[in-house]
Design a protein around this ligand. Structure first.
Ligand code: ADP
Ligand code: MG
Length: 142
């Protein structure tokens, strides 16, 4: 069944000009780009986006990293998009990411790991809504 998920190309990957390579890997894996933009998060926005991790010891570091430069959020659609995109990006820690995954190729550490991916259909819906309006999405639905 067609599902949606949110990808974000994180500041480390944008800075090293990896965005083009990452978008190519996403499209080659059969995902449709519904909406995409380059923007920069404020500390408040990054804190809200990752609020679920507020109690984790790495929260402050994560928020600082996510607003340290430009990010590229991308709303994606595909059958089984959530699980298939998680498989394409690989494990959170690049040392554990499988060969052929985006994080294996582009991530530098567990924190600076090149890309975000939603962890459920419901969170994908919420996260897409964080970055894109209904009309930005609707314009690109077939
Ligand atoms: P994922 O992005 O694979 O879903 P999590 O949801 O567990 O991983 O964590 C969110 C983000 O927080 C990670 O992508 C990474 O940028 C950062 N992070 C997770 N664990 C750590 C850690 N131990 N140290 C530093 N940053 C971390
Ligand atoms: Mg997560």
């Amino acid at each position: 069944m067609a599902e949606r998920t949110l990808a974000i190309i994180k500041p480390d990957a944008v800075k090293k000009n990896a965005a083009g390579g990452i978008i190519a890997m996403i499209q080659d894996a059969g995902f449709k780009v519904l909406a995409m933009k380059q923007t920069r998060l404020t500390p408040a926005q990054a804190g809200e986006f990752y609020a679920v991790h507020k109690e984790r010891p790495f929260y402050g570091e994560l928020v600082n990293f996510m607003c340290s430069g430009a990010v590229i959020p991308i709303a994606l659609e595909k059958d089984n998009a959530v699980a298939d995109y998680r498989a394409l990006i690989g494990a959170t820690d690049p040392a554990e990411a499988a060969d052929g995954t985006i994080r294996k190729k582009y991530a530098s550490s567990k924190g600076e790991n090149a890309v975000h991916g939603s962890d459920s259909v419901e969170n994908g819906r919420i996260e897409i809504g964080f970055f894109f309006s209904e009309s930005e999405i609707a314009a690109n639905v077939a």
